[in-house]
Design a protein around this ligand. Sequence first.
Ligand SMILES: [Zn+2]
Length: 168
Amino acid sequence: MMKRYGNKSGTMNPESEMHVYSEGAGDSKECADIEEQHNSKERTDHKGNIEGMKQRRNSLIFIASLSAVLIVLFMLQRKAVPDSGLVCVIQIDGEQVHTMELNRDGEYRAEDSDGHYNIVVVKDGTVRVTEADCANQICVQTGGIRNPGEVIACLPHRMIIYIEDGTN
Ligand SMILES: [Zn+2]
């Protein structure tokens, strides 16, 4: 019985093993029956415990591999940006003052004729105005753009930023 118990559950704790040892010493049949019941119950509990741990471990493995896949996808997506050929065009008063490739991180300070400014930042294929001295801050609040046709406008500074496909 000892052997069977030991084989069935490889990872029992030392306490339960000792428990079996002392009870196994009894030699009356009645005692053995009770012991058998007792042990089988304990065995089931123990097994249930192991199953639970297994499930927990499996779900941990699942979550870990899922995040690994997501990270790889995320990196591939970021890597894909350099080949996009997209540029952002900065216009003030309808005149193109600057362009930046989206595949290269960079920063440009756009200044209008009155000396007002917008800080335009390209990072990870996204363009945004990070800072401006306009009153409404709409250009800053617009956030990032990264696709052709998307626009950031700063009307107080008569400035717009748009994205176009530079390969065309
Ligand atoms: Zn603005």
